[in-house]
Design a protein around this ligand. Structure first.
Ligand code: GLN
Length: 451
């Protein structure tokens, strides 16, 4: 595809009248939209990652080749976040789909990154993190959980939590190991478990409260279970695991000698109850890998700074996988991330206050439009039942919402092992400025509101 673009690009510089033909060709063949810049320059709006990878063939120069992929990834599609953000651009819709803020992170963190780059902190970082950042993570973890961890032996810095998830799966799971997953789940869990060759055992959390079905969990967990994955506050539902649920999971894990991988990236967006870090439960630290990141808390999702905290015997596997996945994470961003984690408590208080106002705008708006809105205790997501509007499933609803209403949401069926389980539910995010949220609600009121 790149070869094709380069060729055409050269041609265009010399024969600009070809632009309309070229533009049409690119759009129909690979979905890129070229734009004409000043004096002989052309750029392509779509990037490689935003070009659908689900067509059966791709064109490269004049040949058409079948797509190739290893078996462990063949069932997965272009991520729903990429698909929906592309559609948002294509249809000029307001994007309440992919969870990224449409506002910037704090100045003091951005300044720290600029300073680090100017100070020449630009070569490879130590594989498991620059010492200052590992220390900042340990300090923050102690403040939040009371647990004292060794920054040198128990913390691994990764390129976003998504890499920490992958390193954990690949570093600690053997092919054939059983791993329990609560559906709906963040898409990378299933894909990385598949890469690790795990045997996935799904347990579905159901509306309205998405409570853990304890009896089902008891009958699923066994001596064959290697690990259980939890995510609290939970994407996409906003559920926060209760102390009772966590205690039950903890005792079942001890009884069956099971590890816990806990994704807590939304911990600072806990609105309706206090966040409980799984590792802080009695006896749990020794069997827990805590996964976290900077992106949500500091509105810097593009920085891709994450980390895994685990006792030394589990950190070894995570670090070894990380060493051969990415080796090390961006050095100047780690310096800035250390500054971020040392933010005064007032930063976190303000963040929460701000998000609560945004949440109120979206939730009240969705209710006024006529959705059945399920309670969300944390994260910047809220899940609704779309069936009052009469569309057959979540995908059809989201298509309608984009094309006819001009708003993007995420269909949740992709977050289930059995897509049927999610067909009535869609997820909206409120990590957007208030004006954008109000505009989205307004569009829905005008075009969706049932008379
Ligand atoms: N975590 C983000 C969300 O749930 C998306 C991350 C991604 O695009 N992979 O919206």
């Amino acid at each position: 595809m790149q070869i094709q673009c380069t060729w055409a690009y050269r041609e265009l510089r010399f024969r600009p009248t070809l632009f309309p033909t070229f533009s049409k060709h690119l759009q129909t063949s690979i979905g890129c939209v070229p734009t004409r810049g000043g004096r002989g320059t052309y750029s392509f709006v779509a990037t490689m990652s935003s070009v659908s990878t689900q067509n059966e063939v791709v064109s490269t120069q004049n040949t058409r080749r079948p797509l190739q992929i290893a078996k462990r990834l063949e069932k997965f599609k272009t991520t729903i976040f990429t698909q929906m953000s592309n559609l948002a651009v294509k249809h000029g819709a307001i994007n309440l789909g992919q969870g990224f803020p449409n506002f910037d992170g704090p100045e003091f963190v951005k300044e720290a990154a600029i300073q680090a780059i100017r100070d020449g902190k630009n070569q490879y970082a130590r594989g498991y993190g620059i010492p200052d950042f590992n220390s900042a993570i340990a300090e923050r973890f102690k403040k939040d959980t009371g647990l004292v961890v060794d920054p040198e032996k128990e913390i691994t810095v990764t390129s976003g939590c998504t890499e920490a998830i992958a390193a954990t799966m690949l570093g600690l799971i053997n092919p054939g190991d059983e791993v329990i997953l609560f559906a709906p789940f963040y898409d990378s869990y299933e894909a990385t478990l598949s890469m690790a060759g795990a045997k996935i055992k799904g347990i579905t959390l159901r509306p309205p409260d998405f409570a853990v079905p304890i009896e089902e969990l008891k009958s699923t967990i066994s001596k064959n279970t290697r690990a259980i994955l939890i995510n609290t506050p939970h994407n996409p539902t906003g559920k926060m695991f209760t102390r009772e649920e966590l205690n039950t999971i903890a005792s079942l894990c001890i009884e069956n000698d099971v590890l816990v991988f806990t994704d807590e990236v939304y911990e600072k967006l806990a609105f309706e109850m206090d966040h409980i870090s799984f590792a802080s439960l009695p006896g749990m630290y020794e069997r827990t890998v805590t996964l976290n990141s900077l992106g949500k808390t500091f509105s810097l999702t593009g920085w891709k700074i994450g980390w895994a905290i685990a006792p030394p015997h589990l950190t070894w596997g995570v670090r070894q996988a990380h060493a051969f996945l990415t080796f090390a994470t961006s050095t100047p961003m780690q310096w800035a991330a250390a500054t971020a984690l040392r933010a005064p408590e007032s930063y976190y208080v303000e963040l929460k206050r701000d998000y609560m106002a945004k949440k109120a705008i979206l939730v009240d708006g969705l209710k006024a439009v006529g959705f059945k809105v399920f309670p969300s205790s944390g994260t910047y997501f809220v899940v609704v039942d779309h069936t009052p509007f009469g569309l057959p499933d979540d995908i059809a609803f989201c298509e309608y919402l984009i094309k006819e209403v001009g708003v993007v949401a995420i269909p949740t069926s992709v977050f289930y092992l059995n897509p049927e389980d999610g067909k009535n539910l869609v997820r909206f995010t409120f990590c957007k400025d208030e004006e954008t949220l109000r505009a989205a609600v307004e569009r829905m009121k005008q075009k969706l509101l049932r008379n």
